[in-house]
Write a protein that binds this ligand. Structure first.
Ligand code: ADP
Ligand code: ASP
Ligand code: MG
Length: 405
C-alpha cells in the first residue's frame, strides 16, 4: 500500500465528462490499495475568466479581493469531483485551502505555502476516504484567502505530498510528460523519461509551464518523487529525480519560451552609486519580480540606459511605481515594450562544454532574429527577442541542438 497524491490540471477537469474520467482514475488507484489525496485545478479557462473580470472592474485592484475571486474556480471542481467519486462508490470529501488549512504568507496573488496541517486529513484518509483538495489556494496570516500564482495547483500538490509524507506525487496533465520543448509548438519535441530536479527547475522558471517553478523547488527540497503524465492516455510519463538516477545526460535537455515578459527601459538615468537600488527597491516593495537586467556602460560618465524585464501582468504596476519615483530617479524617459518573448536553452552539460551559447547566437543569426538581451546561468542561456519570432526560434534551436525526435 502506498500513499499517493494525484493532481489533475485544468484541461483534465475541463468538463463534467472529464471529471467523471478523473474519478475513474482515482477509483482505480484506491482499488489498488492506495491512500489517495487528489488535488485539482479549476476547469480550463475559468481562472482566466475570473482574472479578466477583476481587471475589467479595476485594472489596479486589491490583491486580497483578487484572491477571493480567482480561488473560486477550484471550489467548483473539488465539489464536482467529490460528487463524481461518491457516485461510483468511492468515499470522498472536498477540502478548500482554508479548511485543510494550507497556511501561506501574505503575498496575495503569489503567496508561498508555509505549512500544511494534515492531521485531520490523514485520519480520514486512513479510513479510506479520498481527500479532494483545492489547488492554487491557501489561507494567509491575515485570515484571508490567498492564491499561489498562476499554475499554482502543481505546488499545492507537491507541498501536500511532502506534508503527507506521500510515496509519490503524480501530476496528470494534457500532454504525456515533460518534453524537450513545448510539444504544442514544436511537433518534433521528444518526451523525456527522466529529468533532474535542477533542469526541471530551470525549464519551469523560464516558462515551461508544464510544472509551476515553485512546485519543483518544493519537490527538490523535500525529495518528493514527481511524475508528469497524461490524464487521457495510458503511457509512461516523465520522472523528475536526482542527477544520479539519470544514466545518460544530454548536453542540452530542453528549450523553453516565455511570452510573459515585458521590457522596461529607463533612458538616461544618472550613473551614480545607489541608482540601481533606488530603481529596484520600490519594485521589490511592490512585489514585482524583475527578471533580465542590462545596464549600458555610461559613455559620458553621467548617465546610462537601464533595461530590464518584468512579468506582463506586472507591467502597469511597474510603470506606475517608476513614474511615481521619477522625481528622485531623474531619468529622461520611460519606454515599455510587451512585444517580446524570452527563449532559453537548458542543460547541465553546459557546465562542462563550451560553444553551447555560440550555437544559440549563430542559429538565431542565421534566421535573421535580433537578440535584445542575453542572460546566462550555469546551466541556462536566455535571450529576449521580438515576440513574432518565438516559434521560428524554438524550432530552429530544437533542430540545431539535435533534439528533434
Ligand atoms: P495543467 O492545466 O494540466 O496544469 P498546463 O497548461 O499548466 O496544464 O501545462 C501543460 C502544458 O505545458 C502543455 O499543454 C504544454 O503546451 C505546455 N508545455 C510547455 N513546455 C512544455 C514541455 N517542455 N513539456 C511538456 N509540456 C510543455
Ligand atoms: N487554476 C489556476 C490557474 O489557472 C491554478 C492551476 O491551474 O494550477 O492558474
Ligand atoms: Mg498547470
Amino acid at each position: 500500500m502506498a500513499r499517493i497524491v494525484m493532481k489533475f490540471g485544468g484541461t483534465s477537469v475541463g468538463d463534467v465528462e472529464r471529471i467523471k474520467n478523473v474519478a475513474q482514475r482515482v477509483k482505480k488507484a484506491v482499488q489498488e490499495g492506495n491512500e489517495v489525496a487528489v488535488v485539482v485545478s479549476a476547469m480550463s479557462g475559468s481562472t482566466n475568466q475570473l482574472v479578466e473580470w477583476c481587471r475589467q472592474v479595476a485594472p489596479l485592484h486589491d490583491p486580497k479581493e483578487y484572491d477571493t475571486v480567482v480561488s473560486t474556480g477550484e471550489q467548483v471542481t473539488i465539489g464536482l469531483l467529490a460528487i463524481a467519486l461518491q457516485d461510483i462508490g468511492v468515499p470522498a470529501r472536498s477540502w478548500t485551502g482554508w479548511q485543510v488549512p494550507v497556511h501561506t504568507d501574505g503575498t496575495h496573488g503569489k503567496a508561498r505555502i508555509e505549512q500544511i496541517d494534515t492531521q485531520e486529513m490523514q485520519g480520514r484518509m486512513a479510513t479510506g476516504e479520498v481527500a479532494v483538495v483545492a489547488g492554487f489556494q491557501g489561507l494567509g496570516p491575515d485570515n484571508r484567502i490567498s492564491t499561489l500564482g498562476r499554475g499554482g495547483s502543481d505546488t499545492s500538490a507537491v507541498a501536500l505530498a511532502a506534508a503527507l509524507g506521500a510515496d509519490r506525487c503524480d501530476i496528470y496533465t494534457d500532454v504525456e510528460g515533460v518534453y524537450t520543448t513545448d510539444p504544442r509548438i514544436v511537433a518534433k519535441a521528444r518526451k523525456l523519461d527522466k529529468i533532474t530536479y535542477e533542469e526541471m527547475l530551470e525549464l519551469a522558471s523560464v516558462g515551461a509551464k508544464v510544472l509551476q517553478t515553485r512546485s519543483v523547488e518544493v519537490a527538490m527540497k523535500h525529495h518528493v518523487r514527481v511524475q508528469v503524465l497524461s490524464s487521457f492516455v495510458d503511457a509512461p510519463g516523465t520522472l523528475v529525480c536526482d542527477e544520479e538516477e539519470i544514466v545518460e545526460q544530454e548536453l542540452v535537455s530542453g528549450i523553453a519560451y516565455s511570452r510573459d515578459e515585458a521590457k522596461v527601459t529607463l533612458v538616461r538615468v544618472p550613473d551614480r552609486p545607489g541608482i540601481a537600488a533606488a530603481i529596484f527597491g520600490p519594485l521589490a516593495e511592490a512585489a514585482i519580480n524583475v527578471d533580465m537586467i542590462v545596464q549600458n556602460v555610461s559613455e559620458d560618465g553621467k548617465s546610462t540606459d537601464l533595461t530590464f524585464t518584468v512579468g506582463k501582468a506586472d507591467l502597469d504596476r511597474a510603470r506606475k511605481v517608476l513614474e511615481d519615483a521619477k522625481s528622485h530617479l531623474s531619468y529622461e524617459r520611460l519606454a515599455c515594450d510587451s512585444n517580446v518573448v524570452k527563449v532559453s536553452v537548458i542543460g547541465v552539460g553546459m557546465r562542462s562544454h563550451a560553444g553551447i551559447a555560440q550555437k544559440m547566437f549563430q542559429t538565431l543569426a542565421t534566421e535573421g532574429i535580433n537578440i535584445q538581451i542575453i542572460t546566462t546561468s550555469e546551466i541556462k542561456i536566455s535571450v529576449l527577442i521580438e515576440e513574432k519570432y518565438a516559434e521560428l526560434a524554438l524550432r530552429a534551436l530544437h533542430t540545431a541542438y539535435g533534439l528533434d525526435g
